[in-house]
Ligand binder design. Structure first.
Ligand code: SF4
Ligand code: SF4
Length: 361
């Protein structure tokens, strides 16, 4: 059983003090290497998203790391699909607009892309029909002697729920490895309602879709499974393949397992259970909160911290009118999937446990 520490917002204390309390009580601060680098891994939000982790919390973490003698930096990888974060420069510009710059958070912001040196990690322990054979992880991250994975707990269109596992499995890898996972979600075309409006053709970033004899055709080899066609089609002619949401979670857990198996330093996981919206930090907009803000949790176990976060969401008061679904797995049900698939797979792969003891501080 893993220990999960919980700073409860309902007690009316200063939330910024919660970050201090969690990192102190857990012993994470003792692991900060003197003069060594500390990667703070977080998603800095798509442009137009306003529900990502607030920079003021990150500044607090940076100050704690620096006070303990560490050299903090914010770490993130570019998005693998079109948007305002798909190149280093675009991500840096978006980060500044969203409040993440050295002047505000007190540490450098480092974004990597596939041009940066990557470690190739074989995925040999595969279960539940995972076909991924390797993951590519930026060397810069693996070389850091200490990592704090800071995650915003929210819903996700494909994985149901996004927390620490998603921040590692999808957020800590190359675009190539992100796409390899998303390959299972390549939208399928159902032509029964298509009126040939062309919106999917115009929006496809790789020109994979064409109109041939007044019928939409997609060249599979050119598709990067970004989902843009599905989101843009007004008649819902593109659909996610059956079972692909669960399959993506299986793949993501394998990649998270690969990343964590190769990491030789110290790592902790902080989840912010606040601004719990239906869609992920990549979405703009990401919707209105569905439950009241809950608090912050910490664990050295990524599975336990995510399971505790899911349970806290399920126990939190639902904001009236925000959703018609009910717990358990409120976020998974909102997206017609089972959010536990990623956690159960990760537990089977040995990177953590679903059983936890929650200690409220
Ligand atoms: S076909 Fe659809 S999923 Fe594939 S690249 Fe084009 S927009 Fe993205
Ligand atoms: S956006 Fe939808 S309706 Fe328009 S051409 Fe594409 S599939 Fe057909």
């Amino acid at each position: 059983m893993s220990q999960v520490l919980f700073f409860d917002y309902s007690k009316g204390r200063n939330p910024l003090g919660g970050v201090h309390a969690l990192l102190d009580k857990s012993g994470f601060v003792e692991m900060i290497p003197n003069s060594g680098s500390v990667a703070i891994k977080l998603h800095m939000g798509e442009l137009g998203n306003i529900r990502y982790i607030r920079p003021v919390f990150v500044r607090e973490i940076v100050d704690i790391v620096r006070d303990r003698g560490g050299r903090p930096f914010l770490f993130e990888t570019v998005a693998s699909y079109p948007g305002e974060r798909d190149t280093k420069q675009k991500y840096l510009n978006t980060a500044v607009k969203n409040g993440f710059a050295e002047a505000t958070v007190g540490a450098p912001v480092v974004i990597t892309d596939d041009e940066d040196k990557q470690e190739i990690i074989p995925i040999s322990n595969r279960i539940n029909d995972c076909e991924l054979e390797q993951a590519k992880v930026p060397s810069l991250l693996l070389e850091s002697p200490c990592i704090l994975v800071v995650s915003h707990v929210k819903g996700h269109d494909l994985t149901g729920f996004g927390g620490a596992l998603k921040n590692v499995g999808m957020g800590c890898v190359s675009s190539e490895t992100k796409r390899a996972q998303h390959f299972v979600n390549m939208p399928q075309f159902n032509n029964s309602d298509c009126d040939g409006c062309g919106k999917c053709i115009e929006s496809c970033p790789t020109d994979a879709i064409k109109l041939v004899n007044e019928t939409v055709e997609r060249e599979v080899s050119e598709c990067i499974s970004c989902g843009t066609c599905l989101f843009r089609c007004p008649l819902h002619c593109w659909v996610w393949p059956a079972g692909s949401k669960e399959k993506l979670q299986v793949y993501m857990a394998h990649v998270a397992s690969a990343v964590l198996s190769e990491y030789k330093g110290r790592i902790g996981f902080v989840n912010f259970v606040q601004d719990v919206v239906p869609h992920c930090d990549c979405a703009a907009p990401s919707g209105q909160p569905v439950v009241q803000d809950v608090g912050i949790v910490f664990s050295f176990d990524p599975v336990a911290v995510d399971k505790a976060s899911l349970d806290l969401v399920d126990r939190a008061p639902i904001i009236p009118g925000s959703t018609s679904v009910t717990p358990p797995d409120l976020l998974g049900k909102m997206h017609q999937t089972d959010s536990l698939v990623q956690l159960v797979t990760a537990e089977k792969l040995g990177i953590g446990t679903l059983k936890y003891e929650m200690v409220t501080i």
